[in-house]
Every structure is written in structure tokens, then in C-alpha cells.
Write a protein that binds this ligand. Structure first.
Ligand code: ADP
Ligand code: GLC
Length: 486
């Protein structure tokens, strides 16, 4: 039995306390999965109101009389089965709603300070600020935690190994160079191999430059981000550090996503009782005002509505979707013009197209359990979780061949079907034509119900759990720790 390894994770979101996307799901699910690998994770998160309201009474383990303009403290506590450190800094985090954006729809003007504070506290904890707590690894997630490996690097002295995980290279956290001193970085950090990024302070860049290892959430994305097409300005650095970049696929939490016990569903089911899905389909159609027809192909979408997700192409594909006799159920929120296009399409054809703008977990589950297929036409997708939920819930994923979508869905092409393989439809390039052809293929497969059923069952039998990925993270942590040992 190997000794337990202690990991300090730091992130700005954690399911079920605060979530804007898949980052929260991953940060929330990894600790339990890693526990099975003998890895003990404690996660540092900001003390947003949604967090402060849910945590157990904890112990103040560190106080900062003045942290970016106010008193702050770190509370060691727990909530929803998660071991936590919470950075309670009301002047930075006691704001309701979206963690990054204020009521005017713009980023909070002090985001640089807010997430520098989070990262500083992480480095402080990792460096031994709390007596009796000496993690072996600091694991930073996304730009909000990107300065943590940097603070750790510049403080010097003994330190744990550090890992920077990129969930989405599109969000980089770049702030004016003038803030260098204000956010607590030393002047010497403002170099090309430090935090400097095209004349600004790059939070994600800092983590990528200074962490011992970089992971991202799928092997394909780990390669894509080293190309100028997908590197979003960071490909040069990522090529330079290629030997320290790896991809570990996401899983999903099989307790949160279990069609046999899911309380959001009118009919619970598994692969053996797959016909019960029809009850969910009819419930979905009825809830959204779609024509209640078990024979109509229902395509579902659960997504942020942004350029990344390629859903503007779906808006353009509506006429052909109608020609195929398909229905569409969309749940999402994001860019106002895209929300408006979907809303208008639904208003024009309400029994065929339904759109719910907003965030709704129980509807997300019902769509996964009631739609026949789930569309994910992303232009880029670091991993994607909804196609994994879809497989688990017996909805066929119809996905673009990018990033983690390419790594998780096996295209049910002729040869695949002949050899009893294939779990969905995979298309490329990400264009309107290719999306329309993919929808056409989906509709053709739907008409061949026994083949459809076989593909659906293979999806349901696919291991989308955290078991394998957690073992890969654990192995990575152990390698990093042993390579730092004196
Ligand atoms: P991303 O993190 O890029 O948004 P992922 O596919 O990794 O994409 O994760 C999205 C997560 O958010 C999934 O758990 C999905 O079910 C959930 N989700 C997205 N939009 C909504 C919504 N409108 N309502 C409820 N859940 C949503
Ligand atoms: C990001 C990505 C998504 C990924 C998620 C969790 O938000 O857009 O592809 O699944 O993070 O890693």
C-alpha cells in the first residue's frame, strides 16, 4: 500500500456549490475519484455567497489583515462531501450571481485582484502557511488559479510539485502590466518565461510557464493547443513545454448521472429497460410544448450558447432539421444574439422547436434522458461532458471531431457498424454543410431502429466514469513528487 498523497487543488468553481460550466463538475468529482487511488484532495475555493451559505462551521486556519483592500481569512471546512479551504474575503467575493461578471454584464473590474488573492492563498497554503498541512502537490485549475504556481515559484524555498490544468484556453485572464505590484508579483516576474504575456500579465500563461507539469482535459486537445490554429496565442509556449504537457480525459460523476436513480426523471431506466426512455421523451415533449410523438426524432442541446459551441450553425440548420421531421430541444444561456436566434426559431415553430434560456439542472437531466440524440457541434472542445452524459443516458452523441469529442465518441460508420462498434456520429469540418450531413445521417440511423438501438446500448456500456482518469492523475502526481524528492 502506497502512502496517501495530499493534493491542494485550487479552483474558482466546484459542483454542487458554484458552477458555470464543466470546470465545476471536474473539480467537484475528482476528489472522490482520487480518494480511491489513495490521494487526499482538499480544494481551495473563493467564499462566494453560494459557498458561505453551504459550508459547515469550520476553523479559521489563516488570517490576512489586508489582502487586496480588506481583511480575509482561510477557513478549513467541508460541504457536500468535499474537503475545503474557503477564502473568505467579503470585499472580493461576497457578490451574488455569476462569479466573474457583475450585474451590468461586464467582468468585475477587480477580477485581477480577486483571483490573484485566490492564487496567493493557494501558494501560501502549499508553502506551509498552516501548521500540520504540507501538501505534496498544488493542482491549479484554469486562469483563475493560474498565478498559484507563479507565486509558489517566486516565493522560493521548499515547495510541493505543481500542476496546471487547462480546461479552456479561450479564457486566459490577461490584465494590465501596471497591476504587477498591486497583485503582489515581484518585478522580476515580468519576463517572457514568467508572467508577461504580450505586454500584459497573463494569469493562465503564468501557470503554463511556471508549473512543473501541464495537463489538459483530453489527449486530442493536448495536441491541438500546440498548433497555431487552436493555441490561442499560447501554442509557442506549449510547444516549448511539450514534454510537460499531457491530456487526461474527463469523466462524469456516475452518482450525479445515474439514469436508474435520477430523481429528475419521470421514468428511471438502464440498458435493460431502455424502452422506458419513451416515458421521459413524452414528458420532455410535453414540458417544452413540442408535439408529443414518440416516433419523431428529438435532438437535444444542453450548452453554453457561445461561439465555441458552434450552435450558430444549428440555427442555420433549422430548415433542414424540419425537412427531416426532427424536433429540437435546447437548454442553454450565453451570448444574447444567439439566445435571441434560438428564441425566434422556437416562436416560429413551437411544436417542433423548443428553447429554454437559462440554467436548469433537472431539465438538463430530462433532456439527456428523453432526447434521442444530443448535438455538440463545437468549434473546439477541450473535453466536453454532455456527450458523456448522453452516452450514459442512452442519447446518441452527434459531435464535431475536435478535442475531447473526438476522443470520447466513436463514429458509427459502415465498418464500425459491421464490426459492432460505434457509439455516435462524429463529423468534420465544423461547417453548416457537415453539420447538416451529420443530422441527415442521424435521421437515417433513427429510421433503422435496430441499428440505432445497438449504437445506443454501446454508448450506455461505455465507461465514462472517473476511474481511469483518476488513476492517470494519481500516477502523474506520484511521478512528479518522486522526481522532486531529494
Ligand atoms: P463547458 O464547460 O465548456 O460549458 P462541458 O460540456 O464540459 O462544457 O460542461 C458543461 C456542463 O454544464 C455540463 O455538466 C452540462 O450539463 C452543464 N450545463 C450547460 N448548460 C447548462 C444549462 N443551461 N442548464 C443546466 N446545465 C447546463
Ligand atoms: C471547459 C471546456 C470543456 C471541458 C470543461 C471541463 O469548460 O470547455 O470542454 O469539458 O472545461 O474540463
Amino acid at each position: 500500500m502506497t502512502a496517501p498523497l495530499q493534493v491542494l487543488a485550487v479552483a474558482s468553481e466546484i459542483f454542487p456549490l458554484v458552477k458555470t460550466g464543466g470546470l465545476a463538475d471536474v473539480v467537484g468529482a475528482l476528489p472522490a475519484a482520487l480518494a480511491a487511488e489513495g490521494v487526499l484532495v482538499r480544494t481551495l475555493i473563493p467564499g462566494y455567497p453560494a459557498v458561505m451559505d453551504r459550508i459547515a462551521i469550520g476553523e479559521t486556519v489563516k488570517e490576512y489583515p489586508a489582502l487586496h483592500g480588506g481583511a480575509a481569512r482561510i477557513i478549513q471546512t467541508s460541504a457536500a462531501g468535499l474537503e475545503l479551504f474557503v477564502l473568505d474575503a467579503p470585499h472580493l467575493f461576497a457578490r451574488h450571481g455569476n462569479p466573474y461578471v457583475g450585474p451590468n454584464g461586464k467582468d468585475w473590474p477587480d477580477n485581477a485582484q480577486r483571483f490573484a488573492a485566490l492564487s496567493f492563498a493557494a501558494a501560501d497554503l502549499a508553502g506551509g502557511a498552516v501548521r500540520g498541512y504540507r501538501p505534496h502537490v498544488l493542482h491549479a485549475h484554469d486562469w483563475q488559479a493560474g498565478l498559484a504556481p507563479a507565486f509558489l515559484h517566486y516565493r522560493g524555498g521548499e515547495r510541493p510539485a505543481s500542476v496546471m490544468t487547462v480546461h479552456n484556453l479561450a479564457f486566459q485572464g490577461a490584465f494590465p502590466a501596471e497591476l504587477l505590484g498591486a497583485v503582489g508579483l515581484p518585478p522580476k516576474s515580468f519576463t517572457m518565461d514568467g508572467v508577461e504575456y504580450y505586454g500584459k500579465i497573463g494569469y493562465l500563461k503564468a501557470g503554463l510557464a511556471l508549473a512543473d507539469h501541464i495537463t489538459t482535459v483530453s489527449p486530442t486537445y493536448a495536441r491541438e493547443i500546440r498548433t497555431s490554429e487552436h493555441g490561442m496565442g499560447l501554442d509557442g509556449l506549449l510547444r516549448l513545454r511539450a514534454a510537460q504537457v499531457s491530456g487526461i480525459l474527463n469523466g462524469i460523476d456516475l452518482q450525479v448521472w445515474d439514469p436508474l436513480t435520477d430523481e429528475s426523471l419521470p421514468a428511471r431506466f438502464d440498458a435493460k429497460r431502455i424502452t422506458k426512455r419513451t416515458v421521459n421523451k413524452l414528458a420532455l415533449q410535453s414540458r417544452l410544448g413540442l408535439a408529443e410523438d414518440p416516433e419523431a426524432l428529438v435532438l437535444g442541446v444542453v450548452s453554453r450558447l457561445t461561439w465555441q459551441k458552434g450552435l450558430d450553425l444549428l440555427v442555420s440548420a433549422m430548415p433542414m432539421l424540419a425537412a427531416q421531421g426532427a424536433q429540437l430541444a435546447v437548454l442553454g444561456s450565453g451570448d444574447a444574439p444567439l439566445e435571441a436566434s434560438f428564441t425566434a426559431a422556437a416562436a416560429a415553430d413551437p411544436t417542433r422547436i423548443a428553447v429554454q434560456i437559462g440554467y436548469d439542472e433537472s431539465l438538463a437531466h430530462l433532456i439527456q434522458a428523453g432526447a434521442d440524440a444530443i448535438l455538440v457541434p463545437s468549434r473546439f472542445e477541450p473535453c466536453g461532458l454532455t456527450q458523456l452524459c448522453a452516452m450514459r443516458y442512452g442519447a446518441l452523441p452527434v459531435v464535431a471531431r475536435v478535442g475531447g469529442l473526438a476522443d470520447t465518441v466513436v463514429d458509427a460508420n459502415e465498418m464500425a457498424l459491421a464490426s459492432k462498434a460505434g457509439t455516435g456520429i462524429v463529423f468534420s469540418p465544423v461547417t453548416l454543410d457537415a453539420l447538416e450531413l451529420a443530422i441527415e445521417r442521424t435521421a437515417a440511423l433513427w429510421r433503422d431502429r435496430s441499428t440505432w438501438r445497438a449504437v445506443q446500448k454501446r454508448g450506455m456500456a461505455t465507461d465514462v466514469s472517473w476511474t481511469r482518469p483518476a488513476a492517470q492523475y494519481a500516477a502523474l502526481y506520484r511521478t512528479l513528487v518522486s522526481s522532486r524528492a531529494p
